[in-house]
Design a protein around this ligand. Structure first.
Ligand SMILES: [Zn+2]
Ligand SMILES: [Zn+2]
Length: 330
């Protein structure tokens, strides 16, 4: 009997994950310090979960703090638990897959946040208890306290449970604009040259782009992942096509990697980044670290290190603070 390739891939992911060691702790546990005089900062909580601050407002992208997904144990635990989460003004869901939309995490945020999702996500909205829900179609914008959130196209699969992608097409990316900054959050997407070019044309001068880099079963224009993912090479093509100034890679070191081993995706990213000569502009932060964008000048990265030092000296600034893309030591 011949199994389809994606069935074999899922099987090997399950086996690899179940056989793996217990999840690694995040590099930074809890909230790292912030520079509140800066207009924007973002903490990579892990996988595609990003806590963004625009001025005094908070937006949480693709919330998932769970330590496992079905039988899959996380490779690295989320950097925050529910009690450590600050009050959230808006949640943005790129799509309804479990790794991007953990209903328990969303519920834990209480009634306060506005919850934004792609239009066909309404089919799964009964799992969302917050009352202010705003489904967005491609290029549609909603505003929350002066922060503009626009749904932008992505290439992925819809549905929530696997089989329902056949009739459900809920998936999107977002451009979020506020406090003088323009941020792109890709969610989960495959490659499409025209689509990303159009996003870049409609939103010139994106300051920071969160782009997935795994899982990569096919990472070139000729050989793409049939399920709508990109690896590091195509992630860098997205970065280039949309014309963003800086990129933070996401969607790795938690639920899926190339072959189920922690470190593979980061190593593949390092090779692709060095090949492309983009070492200065790709901020491969560690789980739990914070990127801070000042009004002008280079981004800064705050982590555990800076948390310890922040009591006696100001956090590092400028290029010294930027951690170049590096493979983990093991
Ligand atoms: Zn997905
Ligand atoms: Zn995903």
């Amino acid at each position: 009997m011949k199994f389809p390739r994606h069935a074999k891939a899922l099987f090997s992911a399950l086996v690899c994950s179940c056989a793996a060691m217990p999840p690694q702790p995040p590099s930074v546990r809890g909230l790292p310090p912030d520079d509140h005089s800066a207009p924007f900062s973002a903490v990579w909580i892990g996988h595609a979960t990003v806590l963004m601050r625009f001025g005094t407002h908070t937006i949480l992208a693709d919330p998932n703090l769970a330590s496992r997904m079905f039988m899959l144990s996380r490779l690295t635990l989320a950097s925050l638990d529910e009690r450590e989460m600050p009050p959230i003004d808006a949640v943005i869901l790129s799509h309804m897959h479990f790794d991007h939309f953990d209903a328990r995490t969303v519920r834990s945020l209480g009634p306060r946040p506005v919850v934004i999702y792609p239009t066909e996500g309404q089919s799964y909205a009964d799992e969302i208890l917050q009352t202010d829900q705003r489904p967005l179609a491609n290029w549609e914008t909603t505003e929350i306290d002066g922060i503009k959130i626009t749904a932008v196209p992505a290439r992925h699969q819809g549905g929530r449970y696997g089989f329902d992608f056949i009739w459900n097409h809920a998936y999107t990316g977002y451009v979020i604009e506020g406090a003088g900054k323009r941020i792109y959050f890709a969610g989960d997407t495959g490659w499409d040259a025209e689509m990303f070019k159009e996003i870049g044309e409609r939103f010139p001068g994106i300051d920071l782009a969160f782009i997935p880099i795994a899982p990569a079963r096919g990472d070139s224009v000729e050989r793409r992942d049939p399920w709508g993912h990109v690896g590091p090479h195509l992630a860098l093509r997205i970065f280039e096509a949309i014309g963003a100034k800086e990129m933070v890679p996401i969607h790795y070191e938690a639920f899926f990697t190339t072959a189920g081993h922690l470190g593979d995706a980061r190593r593949a990213l390092r090779d692709a980044v060095l090949e492309a000569g983009e070492n200065d502009r790709v901020l491969a932060i560690q789980v739990g670290e914070r990127v801070v964008l000042p009004f002008e000048g280079a981004p800064r990265i705050f982590g555990e290190h800076t948390a310890q030092r922040s009591t006696d000296r100001p956090p590092p600034t400028g290029a010294d603070a930027i951690r170049p893309v590096a493979a983990p030591s093991k």
